[in-house]
Design a protein around this ligand. Structure first.
Ligand code: NAP
Length: 345
């Protein structure tokens, strides 16, 4: 199998480290370039990076010298895990220099000609890429994005319900892990013994991204799904795994069994990083829990539980996904596998 050479922007960060771990034994990708800020550039990765994942730094990246975040990099594909403050300009520069850019940042997610991908839900949205190249004068390069890590926990069950019964209104409360803030992230005195009721800029993202993801690709771009989302986002004292408490009104009447069946049977794909189950619905009353369920399907499965009729809305449920795997690096790797399978890389 052909191996594509991969560069990682923001390689020393929380998501960058996940990329290094996930790509360690990947059959389609090998890491050939790492880039980060001026603080890290010029140093071997092991020296620049405060490695925080279990196990040692993968041998293949340990001695790669970190470069500045500018083209050219010695690679065929760029994964970006840069802060949004620098991502917009940098990702465009790489796309213009003919690199496919697969981004975790929020910078381009809502641009009309940029796919916001969850491959199991809207892989056909890669159809936007041609238009994007035309609009922006890119020749070979382009940008695709994956969703906000909290949206990743509840968009899949919503997609299952929207396809069968139509989603009308959603109220979601997210309980987001500390690693979602990057490293060093939230001050320990703010999060220990505490629930922090504010994540800067998060609620607007959580209120708008699912409608694009669940939208239909038409001749004029994405027709967004017609439902409203009200969100409250909390930081909680959990290391990894974002939980979403969701209440939903449906357009058509559905029984509890039909709701559960719609989620449980929503298909996974046959890509290298696809989990056996995309959505795992559990009947156990005390699940999902971040500690017990975030690693399901190597961190690529979304776990749903506590699905019940609601007294105000039609149904309520709890959804959980691993924020740095399915909600970031793993989601981006799956996007790259999708693009290769469709002949776009
Ligand atoms: P992080 O731990 O703070 O890492 C940030 C990375 O970007 C580091 O490699 C850092 O390099 C580099 N960087 C920072 N400022 C830079 C600059 N001015 N120029 C060049 N490089 C710079 O953050 P993270 O959690 O990995 O998040 C990265 C991106 O992914 C963000 O856009 C975030 O919103 C998104 N995301 C994160 C998660 C998550 O769960 N953490 C999930 C989904 C999406 P140095 O080490 O050299 O400073």
């Amino acid at each position: 199998m052909k191996k594509y050479r991969v560069g990682i922007l923001g390689a020393t960060g929380t998501v960058g480290q996940r990329f290094c771990r996930l790509l360690e034994d990947h059959p389609q990708f090998e890491i050939t370039a790492l880039a980060a800020s001026d603080r890290s550039a010029g140093k071997p990765y092991e020296e620049a990076c405060a490695w925080k994942l279990p196990g040692r730094i993968p041998a293949a990246v340990r001695y790669i010298v970190v470069q500045p975040i500018e083209p050219p990099l010695d690679c065929d594909i760029v994964f970006s895990s840069l802060p949004s403050s620098v991502a917009r300009e940098t990702e465009e520069a790489f796309a213009r220099a003919s690199y496919p850019v697969i981004s975790n940042s929020s910078s381009y997610r809502m641009d009309e000609d940029v796919p916001l991908l969850i491959p199991e839900i809207n892989g056909d949205h890669v159809g936007l890429i041609e238009k994007q190249k035309e609009n922006r004068g890119f020749t070979k390069g382009f940008i695709v994005t994956n969703p906000n890590c909290a949206v990743m926990s509840f968009a899949p069950p919503l997609a299952a319900l929207h396809g069968r019964f139509g989603v009308e209104e959603v109220a979601v409360t997210t309980l987001q892990a500390i690693s979602g803030a990057g490293y060093p992230g939230v001050a320990s005195l703010d999060i220990t013994d505490n629930v922090f009721p504010y994540i800067a800029g998060e609620e607007p993202k959580v209120e708008i991204e699912a409608q694009k993801i669940l939208g239909r690709l038409g001749s004029n771009g994405i027709e967004k799904a017609d439902f409203t989302v009200s969100a409250q986002c909390f930081r909680v004292n959990v290391v990894d795994g974002h939980t979403a408490s969701v209440r939903v009104n449906l357009r058509e009447t559905a029984t509890l069994e039909e709701v559960v069946e719609a989620m449980r049977t929503f298909p996974s794909l046959d890509l290298h990083s696809s989990p056996a189950r995309f959505i795992d619905v559990t009947n156990e009353p005390s699940r999902p829990q971040p500690k017990l369920d975030r690693d399901s399907g190597q961190g690529m499965t979304v776990t749903v539980g506590r699905v019940f009729p609601d007294t105000v809305f039609d149904y309520k449920f709890v959804a959980l996904s691993h924020n740095t795997v399915r909600g970031a690096a793993g989601g981006a790797v799956l996007n790259a596998e999708l693009l290769i399978s469709k002949g776009l890389i």
